[in-house]
Design a protein around this ligand. Structure first.
Ligand code: GAP
Length: 514
């Protein structure tokens, strides 16, 4: 089984070969950190989006949808604090001329110390065998204790430096820790500087007086500026939520690891407006609810962990990441943030418009507090596809590459295949395909041997292959072959739509979320 960098490399090349993800503008040698989703990729992405939307909007009486524009009035970003504070602390290596985020360099240093702890654990587990107790070892082993103290001390120093925006202190910490450029090994660093991550462009022609506008770095602000529109027109009562999906743009300095960190990406966000003072209860509730949603995807609950933020964003009074065990280790997949009334108050001040809620139960008006859930669709895609990628050796010694994508998310649900290209089998297969098509994405394939066709479908994660043979013409039955078990059954073609819908639609998975 592939892991780590090896798995990531294989996933990237599989995604390209099978039409999931292509490097953007590839014929011009690509554009760094931008990617295009191919025919299979767009279906998987749409299914993920649909599953999120249904769980978030369709299954909550008090959550409604929105589709705000990407361009927003430039005052938006003053009010939200992004012009002032949406910065990364950057440092350049003078020898390699490479640029890094100072906090990421320090975090990577911490990860190296964590890896040393894991090495100690592995060594001890091997030495003590069945009698090894990991929790006890972690608490008592002096070397592990030393590493843990080092981590705690570095984390605490970094938190203070970031909170105080102490750029000199960050550089000093990098030097104290002896952090070297991962590419050149050089320790010859520049000072740390702040760098704003928003892209800007101009609206209107220059002659008629151009206006600077920004590409939104998060979809959330489209929700905040529409708070009163949605609340009033929908007669929404607090607590209620507004959800939207859409593109966001950030001029990421370290854009790498495939679709994990891109400059143009898609977010699925929900802002939940609550009564001040109740936000932490709602925050805890959304943390649990979002974990349950992730677990419902079936990738394995051990693949997730919660990381409470050390450094809170400029708008938050509590925040955590839901991290996923990607091929490159545990990394942020989703953020859950208690954003206080920072955004609504900011927009009130900047626009001069009231963004308050009259609470009929309390008989008073107030500015609601907000709890936000924010997930990157591209990161979710990477989580699903890397969990699904499998290289198997079969009983007969042959190999197959299979994507075990959860059936309700698979890009293509079934492929109909005539056993041969003659005797009226293609016509019958197309008849069956036509009956299935209005209900789900299905394809037709008559090229090559059945074995080769199965392998092709395994590689794109199609959960069911339907074979039409001479018996089909006689008694109306077909063979249905299941991707993961490779089991084959004979079923009536007439029942296929119901059977496949039951096995592949999202409803049964969604109903478990209630
Ligand atoms: N509105 C809150 C917000 O934007 P965030 O933690 O900056 O919070 C939310 O981003 C999510 O968006 C992240 O958890 C991640 O999944 C996704 N995301 C952020 N930056 C990204 C990038 N450069 N490429 C891909 N996904 C990204």
């Amino acid at each position: 089984m592939s892991t780590g960098d090896d798995l990531l490399k294989k996933v990237i090349s599989h995604c390209k070969e099978y039409g999931f993800v292509f490097p953007s503008s590839e014929i011009y040698d690509g554009l760094s950190a931008t990617y295009d989703y191919g025919p299979n990729g767009v279906e998987l992405k749409n299914n993920l989006k649909e599953y999120w939307w249904k769980a978030m909007v369709q299954m909550h009486e008090n959550i409604v949808g929105l589709d705000a524009s990407i361009f927003m009035h430039s005052s938006t970003w003053k009010a939200s604090g992004h012009l002032e504070a949406f910065n990364d602390p950057l440092i350049d290596n003078k020898d390699s001329k490479k640029r890094y985020r100072a906090d990421v360099l320090i975090e990577e240093h911490i990860e190296k110390i964590r890896a040393k702890i894991q090495k100690e654990v592995k060594k001890a587990a091997k030495k003590f065998g069945g009698s090894f107790e990991e929790a006890m070892f972690l608490e008592t082993n002096p070397r592990v204790q030393k590493y843990q103290n080092q981590i705690a001390s570095i984390e605490s120093k970094m938190k203070h430096l970031l909170d105080d925006e102490d750029l000199k202190g960050l550089k000093q910490l990098i030097e104290e820790l002896g952090i070297a450029d991962p590419v050149s090994g050089s320790k010859n660093w520049t000072d740390v500087r702040q760098f704003n991550l928003m892209f800007s462009t101009e609206l209107g022609s220059v002659a008629s007086g151009a206006n600077k506008v920004y590409l939104r770095p998060e979809t959330a602000q489209g929700i905040f500026v529409n708070f009163a529109n949605v609340q009033k027109t929908g007669r929404m009562k607090i607590p209620f939520g507004i959800a939207q999906t859409g593109k966001a743009f950030r001029n990421e300095i370290i854009a790498r690891q495939f679709i994990f960190r891109m400059r143009e990406f898609e977010q699925m966000e929900m802002q939940f407006f609550v009564k001040p003072g109740t936000e932490i209860t709602h925050y805890e509730n959304w943390k649990k609810k979002r974990m349950r949603w992730h677990e419902s995807l079936g990738l394995g609950s051990e693949k997730y962990r919660i990381h409470d933020h050390i450094k809170l964003a400029h708008y938050a009074n509590a925040a955590c990441d839901i991290e996923y065990d990607f091929p490159m280790g545990f990394k942020e997949l989703e953020g859950v943030h208690s954003r206080t009334d920072f955004d609504l108050k900011g927009h009130e001040k900047e626009s001069g418009k009231k963004l308050q809620y009259f609470d009929p139960e309390e008989n008073e008006s107030y500015t609601p507090y907000v709890v936000e859930t924010s997930i990157g669709l591209d990161r979710l895609f990477l989580a699903v596809i890397s969990a699904a990628f499998n290289e198997e050796t079969l009983e007969d010694g042959t190999q197959r590459t299979v994507l075990n994508i959860p059936t309700f998310l698979a890009p293509v649900k079934a492929v109909v295949m005539p056993l041969t290209k003659k005797d009226g089998l293609p016509e019958k297969a197309r008849e069956i395909l036509s009956a299935l098509q209005p209900n789900m994405i299905c394809k037709y394939d008559e090229k090559d041997s059945i074995g080769k066709r199965y392998r092709r479908q395994d590689a794109v994660g199609t959960p069911y292959c339907i074979t039409v043979d001479h018996e089909t013409l006689e008694n109306g039955t077909v063979t249905i072959r299941e991707r993961d078990s490779m089991n084959q059954d004979r079923v009536s073609a007439q029942n296929l739509t119901d059977l496949l819908q039951e096995k592949t639609n999202q409803a049964s998975i969604l109903s478990k979320l209630h």
